[in-house]
Design a protein around this ligand. Sequence first.
Ligand code: ZN
Length: 244
Amino acid sequence: MRWTVLGCHSPFPGPGGATPGYLLEADGKRILIDCGSGVLAQLAKKMPLYDLDAVFLSHLHHDHISDFFVLQYAIMTAIKQKKRAVPLPVWAPAEPAHWYSKLSYDRYIEKHVMEEGTEASLGNLKFSFYRTDHAIPCYAMKIKEDQRILLYGADSGPKTNWTRMADSPDLFVCEATYLHKDLPSQPTGHLSARQAAEAALDLRAKKLLLTHLYPDYDPKSIQQEARSVFASSIVAETGLSIMI
Ligand SMILES: [Zn+2]
């Protein structure tokens, strides 16, 4: 499996950046995980947008879905021009219903509800979904290919129960919205870099990729904070690619 960062900022992109989006390449499939602002311009550097095999949206906040509405146009155009034959499958939570309904786009999108207890298979890949601690329904995704495991934590607060999702994932992709000193006194459904590193320890993860970064933070501060707890921590940047 190859995991490529297309966007790692939140809640808005920094210069040349994008809000969350990742390209997963495995078993001959190309899958987009989250589709935030600026993600398509990064994806288009790697492949034609209309060649995607599937999209998984962890939750329906704008920083994770805003480019999806433009992706619909790329799919529509490609199908009309016979560059693509089939609708684009997308998995997403059914709530908030108002936003879920907007993911439909005539015959160009094939929607599937993402919820805990359901699984999705694409070729050799198996996706399992786990609810996280967030303001709206949001799902972490365990992606398995043979014995390899990637756990994408999506947006997640400190009450997220990680250890039921995986044991020793090869890669744990976790949000680090705050430096710990800036953590609000009331939890907001987000983590600090230190809390992400603690989650990686609990999971016995082999490697931690910190993402969902406030664009004004210095990535070195995020890395330093995480590494003081979990040594194998790296900070996401646009274009970073990790083989698992
Ligand atoms: Zn977010």
